[in-house]
Design a protein. Structure first.
Ligand SMILES: Nc1ncnc2c1ncn2[C@@H]1O[C@H](COP(=O)(O)OP(=O)(O)O)[C@@H](O)[C@H]1O
Ligand SMILES: Nc1ncnc2c1ncn2[C@H]1C[C@H](O)[C@@H](COP(=O)(O)O)O1
Length: 223
């Protein structure tokens, strides 16, 4: 019996990992995909042509960056659909609008016109009955201090000089956002509940939770 059968996880499942910057999404995405034999859909930070520019000048580059992320995530969504699922996805498309674009607009770092253009594009692309939602969103949470330590430990240069207030505001918004999120079933996992770096088998705790959540749901039938 393979791990999918053992945990009752369908072979075409799409598991999305959400949570603030540095919380551990990419790390658990890779660990889960390897354990389940799934493909990964990862955020490509190194090849993003706007990210560095954005961190140096939020006002100037926020709209370009949001459009870029939207296009990238939509392409990934298409790839997942074409493979017929069996993916672990690093960050959901819902966070782009629900956290980042909204925050930049409300902080005056994106103009109203740009925000409206972005939102209408997002709604036309994503908020339709044809857009497949994930089977489950695994929301990673931890203390603000742990998250900041991880951002520093990872050491991406552009994130090191960013004002702490940016991460604090993002952290606060994530808590509100997840409390009101309804697009798909959610599993909240504290980062102290597992440690795939030191103890790979602790991933089984996460698999148990996915298994329980998926079996509680009437899964949609993927075409
Ligand atoms: N379970 C863990 N224990 C210890 N360190 C971790 C764990 N998960 C992630 N990290 C570390 O935290 C940092 C951020 O993780 P990452 O997966 O890149 O976060 P995200 O994708 O959410 O931004 C990295 O340096 C990573 O090695
Ligand atoms: N939609 C976004 N707007 C601004 N910045 C974003 C967006 N999505 C991701 N980011 C940033 C945050 C990090 O610096 C990198 C990668 O995110 P991570 O949470 O570390 O995977 O991109």
């Amino acid at each position: 019996m393979d791990v999918l059968d053992r945990f009752g996880i369908p072979r075409d499942a799409v598991i999305t990992i959400g949570g603030t910057v540095g919380v551990g999404k990419s790390t658990i995405t890779m660990a889960l995909a390897e354990t389940l034999g799934f493909r990964t859909s990862l955020e490509k930070v190194d090849t993003n042509p706007y990210l560095d520019l954005f961190y140096n000048d939020f006002e100037k580059w926020s709209f370009h960056l949001q459009i870029y992320f939207l296009a990238e995530r939509f392409k990934e969504q298409k790839r997942i659909f074409e493979y017929g699922g069996g993916f672990v996805q690093d960050r959901s498309i819902y966070e782009d609008t629900g956290i980042f674009a909204k925050m930049l607009y409300e902080q005056g770092k994106m103009s109203e016109t740009d925000y409206e253009t972005y939102t209408s594009l997002f709604e036309a692309m994503v908020m339709t009955p044809y857009f497949p939602h994930p089977d489950v969103l695994i929301y990673l949470e931890g203390s603000f201090e742990d998250v900041i330590n991880r951002i520093h430990e990872r050491g991406r240069p552009m994130e090191q000089n960013t004002d702490i207030a940016y991460w604090q505001e993002m952290y606060r918004r994530y808590e509100d956002w997840i409390n009101n999120f309804t697009a798909c079933p959610v599993i909240r996992i504290n980062i102290n509940e597992y440690d795939v770096v030191q103890d790979r088998d602790s991933i089984h705790h996460v698999l148990e939770k996915i298994s329980q959540r998926i079996s509680q749901n009437n899964r949609r039938v993927r075409a």
